[in-house]
Design a binder for this molecule. Structure first.
Ligand code: G1P
Length: 300
């Protein structure tokens, strides 16, 4: 049996970014830079490299900058040409190339009712196909197969809803959806339960579901029920959980460097790590970091 490949990916991007206020007051958190590229661009690049053909961005108010970023800017192109800065045009061309390789559509989540609700908002565009979900906060860089492609390949093998999982320290399990498993084969775990943000002493394991999913249509049927869960929000994890037993759900221990940019410390860490990997920046950063460590400035 060959399963149809996964062609569509949902990017929930309607969050208010309260952890990053005030910078997110008038700017979507998805547009915060990781070095010199907006965070969401890393996810879009991963989606394309994984064979995705259509991206559905679920946005809310104040997210215009995301639309503009993936649109062509003729004004900026002309400006650069006129000012003799044609050498920079290839950077715009690279972003333009991404959106040329995709159909990007936008749907509005009119009220912030949780991740599950955001995903559900895209249901009419998903049209009953298995589809991917990428949380832009979770940046995963892989030298070989992109993380989402690893999930899509596992979906091809198992026909299951697939979660990207990784072991996290016990002290951090309450930040994630945590899975319970029954046996695993080649890094693919059979999922028997999943709990959103359990307390450390009540977590079924230390395997966290991070921000990549391939969902079977049955998950949308469960989201249709609109039942609120943890934090009184409609949780994606709860909908996936309710499909267990009726449809296969597996977790893939993915390979790649994972950056959680959804908190200020995580975001700063990601910026530093990525800058250190960039030739031309690394050389400046190393002495700066040494200097900082020696001076160890006091907080103001
Ligand atoms: C969301 C999901 C959670 C998942 C996490 C990964 O939580 O609800 O299950 O483990 O992303 O980053 P959030 O970080 O949006 O609170």
């Amino acid at each position: 049996m060959t399963l149809p490949s996964v062609r569509k990916a949902i990017f929930p991007a309607a969050g208010l970014g309260t952890r990053f206020l005030p910078v997110t007051k008038a700017q979507p958190k998805e547009m915060l830079p990781l070095v010199d590229k907006p965070t969401i661009q890393y996810g879009v690049e991963e989606a394309i490299a994984s064979g995705i053909e259509q991206v559905i961005m679920v946005t809310g108010g104040g997210k215009r900058a995301i639309v503009d970023h993936f649109d062509r800017s003729l004004e900026l192109e002309h400006y650069l040409e006129e000012r003799g800065r044609g050498d920079l045009l290839h950077i715009l061309g690279e972003v333009d190339d991404l959106s040329n390789r995709l159909l990007i559509t936008y749907v509005q989540q009119k009220e912030p009712r949780g991740l599950g609700h955001a995903v559900w908002t895209a249901r009419l565009l998903v049209e009953g196909e298995p589809c991917a979900v990428l949380l832009a906060d979770d940046v995963i860089l892989s030298a070989a197969r992109p993380a989402l492609k690893q999930l899509i390949d596992a979906h091809g093998k198992t026909g299951a809803t697939v979660l990207a999982v990784r072991r996290v320290p016990r002290s951090e399990v309450s930040r994630y959806g945590i899975i319970a498993t029954r046996g695993s084969k080649g890094g693919i775990h059979e999922v028997t339960d999943i709990v959103e943000k359990p307390p450390a002493d009540d977590a079924p394991s230390d395997l966290a579901a991070l921000g990549r999913y391939v969902l079977l249509p049955g998950v949308f049927d469960e989201l249709d029920r609109g039942e609120p869960g943890a934090g009184n929000e409609i949780q994606l994890v709860d909908a996936i959980k309710r499909t267990i037993g009726r449809q296969p759900v597996v977790g893939v221990e993915f390979e790649g460097d994972y950056y959680d940019t959804g908190t200020v410390p995580g975001y700063l860490r990601a910026n530093l790590m990525l800058a250190m990997k960039r030739e031309g920046l690394r050389e400046d950063l190393i002495p700066l970091l040494r200097e900082l460590l020696e001076a160890s400035p006091e907080p103001r």
